[in-house]
Design a protein. Structure first.
Length: 468
């Protein structure tokens, strides 16, 4: 096992580690106060163990990152790269005695080119900040995770994030053209390109996207942009069953429609959003489907999709009249996970993606799991992708309820694999799903992934204990 090649620094080595770090870093970039460093121990995932960092480093330059990695290699100290810690798999959780390398201070947008349709950014740039900056040039950066106001581009790359618009525009991986990466030994490597096309050699850029900081530290990214589309309009359709809503999804996709988003909220999620934000969503519905189009004539597209929803059994179809109404509906969807967390105080957010044709079976299966374990499980989904987010609500102070929550979570992942799906569509593996990654890709797949890891990180110091 690669991870057995390192060990946390002993207490009497901490001074040596700090001395070595401070030879190449400003003092304000090195945090050692335990009351401060403990706040860097976890991301937002439940049931994911973490250790206590020996030190937190906030670099501002590529040279700072290179220095940290050279010191870590010399002293055999694990390094855990972090962004905004909004992840949901434990991928950013600290290892015992590690250097936490928080990249949030490397937050410059270095270039926006309307001709080449690219942006060049540092890893700490906030997703929403980049989106607004390119909008000013008539351009569009599509990946939009629900945490887009907080999450960083580096974190998006590390976990291969998705978002609401993926059904039309694709996920983060489709927009990363090139990377500058600091390797485990401190060397700087550039991958990919700035050009619209390029197939020179192995696609190492794609290899780093979704690698969760286990192969290298991304310090710069070249991102593809698109022309800014017209303002989208949203339609809301109510259904008397989740199965009918999933049937509508299948009809929409089979009909060749290309919505800019196609999202589903079950009755539990709708009620939670209403309880939190008093948005007046229809709680009589068993499932609420949101469809949007950003075409030249979105009203016509919504009318066609509305007819398909009615044919699938929608009890009511309401197209938004303007951008303000559309944004209100999207805000309800974006509040889903926060609202479900308020139900019991703690959530486990699953991220199972299944073929669209099996989406109805997935939701029916999740309902059975909730009944079996006597738990509230709300489902919101990027329905057009088949990417479901079953969210288990539980009281973390209740040991029995916590146990049932964990068991239900695993049962939902098993259901996803049985339906021909994958254990994660956009949140990553981290600590939470290591066992399930092994089940999904099999022993040969695990062996080959470990071999790749060993090539880039022979000492196993980069984000140890994650993925496998």
């Amino acid at each position: 096992m690669i991870m057995s090649r390192i060990e946390a620094p002993r207490d009497h080595d901490t001074g040596s580690l700090l001395d070595r770090l401070l030879t190449g870093l400003p003092a304000e970039a090195v945090l050692t106060d335990p009351d401060v460093t403990v706040s860097y121990a976890n991301d937002m995932a439940s049931f994911c163990p973490s250790g206590t960092p020996a030190v937190v480093v906030l670099p501002r330059t590529v040279e700072h990152v290179q220095h940290v990695m050279r010191v870590a290699t010399e002293l055999r100290v694990p390094v855990v790269p972090q962004g905004a810690r909004t992840g949901l798999s434990g991928a950013a959780n600290a290892s015992e005695g590690c250097i936490v390398l928080s990249l949030v201070k490397m937050d410059r947008i270095l270039e926006i080119s309307p001709v080449d349709r690219i942006a060049v950014v540092e890893p700490g740039v906030i997703n929403a900040t980049l989106s607004r900056a390119v909008n000013e040039h008539g351009l569009y950066y599509p990946p939009d995770p629900s945490s887009w106001e907080m999450c960083t581009i580096g974190g998006n790359i590390g976990t291969a994030s998705g978002g609401l618009c993926c059904v039309k525009y694709g996920v983060t991986a489709e927009y990363v053209l090139g990377l500058d990466v600091v390797l485990a030994d401190g060397r700087l490597m550039s991958t990919g390109r700035r050009t619209a096309k390029g197939v020179a050699g192995y696609d190492l850029t794609r290899l780093f996207v979704g690698s969760e900081g286990s192969l290298g530290i991304v310090v710069k990214a070249v991102l593809a942009l698109k022309p800014q589309p017209p303002q989208q309009l949203v339609l809301a359709a109510e259904f008397g069953s989740a199965a009918a809503a999933c049937d509508a999804v299948c009809r929409i996709m089979e009909g060749g429609h290309v919505p800019s988003l196609l999202e589903l909220m079950d009755r539990t999620t709708v009620k939670a959003v209403n309880d939190l934000a008093h948005m007046g969503l229809p709680e009589s519905t068993e499932a609420l489907l949101l469809a949007a189009f950003d075409t030249l004539d979105p009203a016509a597209d919504l009318a066609a999709v509305g007819a398909l929803c009615e044919a699938a059994g929608a009890t009511q179809v309401v197209p938004a009249e303007d951008a303000a109404e559309s944004e209100l509906l999207l805000q309800a969807r974006r509040l889903s996970l926060t609202a479900l967390e308020a139900v019991k105080g703690t959530t486990m957010i699953d991220d199972v993606c299944v073929p669209r044709s099996r989406l109805g079976e997935m939701l029916e299966g999740v309902e059975r799991v909730g009944e079996k374990y006597q738990l509230t499980i709300g489902v919101c989904a990027h329905a057009g992708d088949g990417n479901t987010h079953p969210t288990v609500c539980f009281d973390a102070q209740d040991p029995d309820e916590s146990r049932r929550a964990r068991e239900s979570f695993d049962e939902i992942m098993a259901l996803g694999l049985e339906l021909g799906g994958t254990i994660t569509g956009e949140h990553g593996v981290g600590v939470l799903k290591k066992e399930w990654l092994a089940r999904e890709i099999g022993p040969v797949g695990v062996e080959m992934q470990r071999a790749v890891k060993a090539t880039f990180d022979p000492l196993g110091i980069l984000n140890p204990g994650k993925l496998f």
